[in-house]
Design a protein around this ligand. Structure first.
Ligand SMILES: [Cu+2]
Length: 332
């Protein structure tokens, strides 16, 4: 038993990366890797409870009417058509339910939609600490990460193309002043055997091990514990940049720049897909995001700017877990 445990530990320690991918036969969401996704999951569970209760109530009413008010059980029906009390109830109660749902939904919408003002976060956190409001500060920090706010944004633009993504890092510029920009291509298009063919052309050995129709050759890379402000744009038709574990999905519209934000605490490989029907290869423009330590991110950026994509990829191939809890589902 001890040997088995040791072997298991070794296998876990040696695993190159935590991968957040859809599981065969799984139910529910992928684990939440951001506070945005956590809040979406909590809201989902809240609404699910309401839906179940309403469905049970309607089912109960139906059964009651079928049993008690059929022709056999109730041969002489009463002939009234109005009941003020019941009409007030079935108007007011649904309205209150909607108000309850909105009260949970609107703060979440605002939270994910509005890119936070980092200076305000730092100021507010400092003020709460200065005022001795520790509990309040902790609650605030859970949503707004004051420590990360001090480090500023990492900016990334994701441009949808028929059918791949171009990632641009406007803050990472080479000696000539050009920002880091590269194309992220799928390693499978359709059947999985394609990966081997594609790998043969590039000399890469890891393509076949990537999850089918989710892996890319050069992923988007971001540092852990940093506010990421992402922009979406499109070169041709409408695409949508979406990563389920981040709780993020933003349309990429030609001629328009959309924006959003997220912050990931747990290093790992996170997968998503284009989520707006964009043409014949819509199913084959996957999104792969690697969240790594700041040091790894910096050396990745250096290699990418120097044009050595393979060396850059090697720096983000393996990384350690921060053991950050992800909510509501088991990690792979
Ligand atoms: Cu697309």
């Amino acid at each position: 038993m001890r040997h088995l445990l040791a072997a298991l530990c070794a296998a876990v320690m040696a695993s190159p990366a935590l991968a957040f991918v859809p599981q065969d036969g799984a139910l529910g969401f992928q684990p939440a890797a951001t506070r945005i996704a956590e809040r979406i999951h909590v809201f989902h569970h809240f609404v699910l409870i309401i839906i179940v209760l309403i469905t049970l109530l309607v089912l109960g009413l139906l059964l009651w009417i079928i049993m008690r008010h059929n022709r056999k059980a109730n041969p002489v029906p009463k002939k009234f058509s109005h009941n003020t009390l019941i009409e007030v109830i079935w108007t007011v109660v649904p309205a209150l339910i909607l108000v309850a749902i909105a009260s949970q939904s609107f703060p979440n919408l605002y939270y994910q939609d509005v890119v936070p003002n980092l200076q305000q976060i730092t100021d507010k956190s400092d003020k709460l600490i200065a005022d001795g409001k520790t509990a309040q500060q902790e609650r605030f920090a859970k949503d707004y990460y004051p420590e990360a706010a001090e480090k500023g944004f990492v900016n990334v633009k994701a441009q949808g193309n028929q059918w791949n993504w171009t990632y641009t890092y406007p803050d990472l510029v080479d000696d000539s002043g050009y920002p880091l920009e590269f194309v992220s291509n799928p390693v499978h298009v359709g059947i999985s055997a394609d990966a081997d063919n594609y790998a043969g052309a590039t000399g890469r050995t890891d393509f076949a091990s990537k999850p089918r129709n989710l892996g890319v050759d050069y992923p988007m890379v971001i540092p852990e514990d940093r506010f990421v402000r992402y922009y979406t744009a499109a070169a041709d038709v409408i695409h949508s940049w979406a990563v389920p574990a981040f709780g993020v999905k933003t349309d990429a519209v030609p001629g328009r720049l959309n924006e959003g934000w997220f912050l990931v605490e747990e290093p790992g490989v996170y997968y998503g897909q284009c989520s707006e029907l964009c043409g014949v290869n819509h199913a084959f423009m996957p999104i792969e995001v690697r969240v790594v330590s700041q040091a790894q991110f910096d050396s990745w950026a250096e290699f990418m700017l120097a044009g050595d994509y393979e060396a850059a990829y090697a720096t983000v191939d393996v990384f350690a877990s921060n053991e950050q809890a992800t909510q509501f589902a088991a990690k792979q």
